[in-house]
Design a protein around this ligand. Sequence first.
Ligand SMILES: [Zn+2]
Length: 212
Amino acid sequence: MNASAMRTAVVEAARAMNAAGLNAGRSGNVSARTEEGILITPSAVPYHELAPDDLPLLSPSGEVLREGSARPSTEWRMHTGILAARPEVGAVVHAHPVHATALACLHREIPPFHYMVALAGGNSIRCSGYAPFGTAELAHLALDALEGRTACLLANHGILALGPDPGAALELGVEIETLAHQYLTALQAGDPVLLTEEQMAQVHEQFRGYGR
Ligand SMILES: [Zn+2]
């Protein structure tokens, strides 16, 4: 994807985030790597008004290389930190969906209660420790929770989902919120039966076969 196509993909993912119920209002943000630098959604611009040229372009360390229509998202440290530390990742989606955020407020991870937990790369979707929004400390805690994974919960805050491009990261974010909804619903009825390591190993094997 060239830089111009990536601008469009970031805007589409930001808009789709609200349409998919991952976010309400202006919270949440999307970033993507391009050859020129890191594109990120600006802060305080409603996504339905967002245009591709509104996206600021950042260096890997967060300097503004090209201005957008507003300052970069307050979470730029988290986005640039992840993209710098994880060269295989092309895009990051951050959102505050209701069910996943509810679990994050309990500091509970999503255990292997459902085989789709394997989509995020491991046998759980971890919850990070708490740090205030926008801080370098939060960026570090997020990276810890993402070790070996492509998604995590952020304590008392929301979620992160990573992917090769903004559309794939968004799709994973929707899966995480669905899993969180299912897990919370199951918890209300009893103790969900967790899959064993062996059962999860088989799922990872099958996912590899499907190229997921
Ligand atoms: Zn947030």
